[in-house]
Ligand binder design. Structure first.
Ligand code: NAP
Length: 545
């Protein structure tokens, strides 16, 4: 948005430093007789697009069309022409005067004089996909003076991006097809993959000129703009909400580090299986998108299992038993696989803390605090590895149900100390499954387990002064050799971990589980070892640690 020539040129210079090839000057409010439009274009550090967007097309220019034409006349004839001038299709169709003027200013097959600027005909819908989208395209294609077609509309769902990709792929003329809003980000990030003429980025987040526009830094660094091409594989995190997920930063850094041709995006899908099915189905059906996998989080972990089952894909047995999967892997032949990397991450984090292999977990006693989704995956994993698990929960009945789900025998209820029940799922290993029992949370102080895992949100930001185990009531054998693992990762060191560390326990933060589950996904998708230290570095940086 141009306020003054100097300010605009300084911003353009920063954009050039940041790797932009072209700058759009929005002169919506820079239209007065004193505004140096010739100087703006002449001194620009980058080739430019000149746009004066009227209010009726989502801009800030309040001039009537005659006055706006005069502004353009001044800009296009006073000095060096811009690389492009952007004119709204609706204005172009309505005004013969504008069409005649534009025909003089821009380069086109019928041009008699000399003109270097290219005409972008644009059309925006800030509400939805326009019903007459293809009529608008036809009109732009038919306009001989039009060099570039620009279409932007608000995406109601991730599926809208597919249509933008189709437009780019068709290539009627050099095309810009972008979806606005959070769901439209893929169209902006993947424009290069589909041979789009350009994508727009803002210098700073608060300077975006359209909803959902990424910053230049995000586009170039986080979303790997320069590394993407027609064969780039696409991954994402599916959930609702996903705006604050750290997974895009982690996986894209991993792709960068290993030189893997992939890009990872946030994929917000509203709750409800029908949304999940329609969206993931549409992304899979577009072969050229090369959608090869996703991390799946709340509320879609159960939906992933159902979807893969319905499509005849494979489901990891323990994921089926847990009833939730967090990883979708799509083969090059379109085969689908659903798995759960949460439990494996928890097992590996504990093994790493103790300096043992997974086989040595057999027979160890594990206290799991909580009986929700995270606890379920962790209980299943440790039981499958042959450990004895005691589930401590505020609501005993819920702990009991969890214990029963992974116990083949016994009543699944214990006193919080000794083993009871038995069963579980060896998940294809030859380890005898461990026993799982339930106990009330108050009994935790009597516990004699060697490994303690917090699967409740107690102590999570902002309630950082809370802990599920008061130091004064800590199990008596807390000390050297005892593992205390908090699945919470914000803050990295919770009060529980701080006090356990002070008592000489081996402590494991939730960040370790998070990076390890991401690493397992990365390895499944890329066939390459995940750069754990890169993942950890990204996570620490994002959390200010
Ligand atoms: P969930 O399904 O809602 O379960 C929460 C559990 O915590 C329930 O058992 C609940 O007990 C218990 N709980 C909640 N507030 C409590 C309180 N004030 N006092 C006592 N018990 C309480 O949640 P979830 O998805 O399992 O997530 C739990 C934690 O795991 C979260 O903090 C999350 O950050 C963490 N997590 C970490 C990772 C990672 O990669 N590091 C992955 C997933 C989850 P009731 O049954 O009595 O309600």
């Amino acid at each position: 948005m141009v306020e003054a020539v100097q300010q605009a040129h300084a911003a353009a210079a920063r954009a050039a430093e940041g790797g932009a090839d072209l700058v759009e000057y929005r002169i919506d409010t820079f239209t007065g007789p004193d505004c140096d439009l010739a100087g703006l274009v002449d001194g620009s550090p980058l080739p430019c697009i000149l746009t004066c967007r009227p209010v009726w097309e989502g801009g800030l220019c309040e001039l009537d069309e005659t006055a706006r034409l005069k502004v353009f006349e001044r800009a296009m004839t006073a000095g060096r022409p811009p690389a492009y001038i952007d004119i709204e299709l609706a204005a172009y169709q309505k005004s013969p005067d504008l069409r005649r003027a534009v025909a003089r200013w821009v380069d086109h097959p019928g041009q008699v004089g000399r003109a270097d600027a290219g005409l972008i005909l644009s059309s925006h819908d800030f509400e939805q996909r326009p019903v007459d989208l293809y009529q608008r395209i036809e009109a732009m294609v038919a306009a001989a003076a039009c060099r570039v077609i620009k279409l932007a509309w608000r995406a109601r769902s991730l599926r809208d991006n597919i249509e933008a990709f189709e437009l780019l792929r068709h290539g009627y003329k050099p095309t810009i097809a972008l979806c606005m809003g959070e769901a439209g980000l893929p169209s902006r990030v993947l424009a290069r993959k589909f041979n789009g003429l350009l994508t727009f980025a803002a210098l700073e987040a608060d300077q975006a000129t359209a909803p959902g526009q990424p910053t230049l830094e995000q586009l170039k660094t986080l979303y790997r703009w320069d590394a993407t091409g027609p064969l780039t594989r696409v991954y994402g995190v599916i959930g609702h909400p996903v705006g604050h997920s750290m997974s895009p930063a982690i996986h894209n850094a991993g792709f960068d580090h290993t030189g893997f041709d992939g890009v990872y995006l946030p994929m917000p899908i509203p709750p409800d299986y029908t949304h999940f099915k329609a969206t993931v189905g549409a992304w899979l059906d577009m072969a050229d998108l090369h959608f090869r996998g996703a991390s799946v989080t709340i509320p879609h972990k159960e939906n992933l299992l159902r979807f893969v089952a319905e499509r005849g894909g494979q489901i990891e047995p323990l994921a089926a038993r847990i009833g939730a999967a967090n990883t979708l892997t799509v083969g090059d032949d379109g085969t689908l696989h659903a798995s759960n990397s949460d439990y494996a991450a928890a097992l590996d984090a504990v093994c790493n803390g103790l300096g043992i292999g997974r086989a040595e977990l057999a027979g160890r006693r594990v206290a799991v605090i909580g009986a929700g989704g995270a606890a379920r995956a962790i209980v299943a994993g440790f039981a499958a590895a042959g450990a004895t698990v005691v589930v401590y929960n505020r609501t005993l009945e819920r702990a009991r149900q969890l214990a029963e789900a992974f116990s083949a025998g016994g009543d699944g209820v214990g006193d919080g100390g000794g083993p009871a029940g038995g069963g579980g799922d060896a998940a294809g290993t030859d380890v005898a499954p461990g026993k799982v029992v339930a106990a009330p949370l108050e009994k935790l102080c009597d516990c004699c387990c060697q490994i303690y895992i917090n699967c409740t949100p107690i102590g999570m930001h902002p309630d950082v002064d809370k802990t599920p185990i008061e130091a004064s009531a800590a199990p008596r054998q807390w000390g050297e050799g005892t593992v205390v693992f908090d699945t919470i990762y914000n803050p990295i060191e919770t009060r529980l971990l701080r006090e356990a560390r002070a008592a000489d326990c081996i402590t494991i933060p939730g960040t370790e589980m998070f990076t390890r589950q991401a690493a397992a996904q990365f390895q499944t998708w890329t066939g390459r070892e995940a750069p754990l230290e890169v993942f950890e570095g990204v996570m620490r940086k994002r959390m200010g640690g």
